[in-house]
Design a protein around this ligand. Sequence first.
Ligand SMILES: [Zn+2]
Length: 87
Amino acid sequence: MPYICKCKAEIIWMTALPTPRNPNPRPNPIEVKPHEKGNLVIDRNKGIYRFATKTEIEFARRENKNLYISHYSNCPFSKDFRNREKK
Ligand SMILES: [Zn+2]
C-alpha cells in the first residue's frame, strides 16, 4: 500500500535486494512516481528494489524513461524517516 508522506509525496516502503555488503537491508521509502534522476529499479509486487546498473540508467535516459528514487534524498522531512527508523 502506498503511504503519503508529510510532503504529499506517495511512497512505498521497500527493501533492497540483499548484497554481500548489506545482507540484511532495511526498508526504505521509495517514491511511487518515477524520477528523472532516478537510479532504482523496483518490483512493486515483491516490495524490493535494487540499484540500476550504469547501462540501465543510460538506457532509461536515452529512452526518456525514468527510474525510481529513494524519498530520503528528496524529502524536506527526511529527518522524520531517520527518527522513525530508530524506534
Ligand atoms: Zn516526503
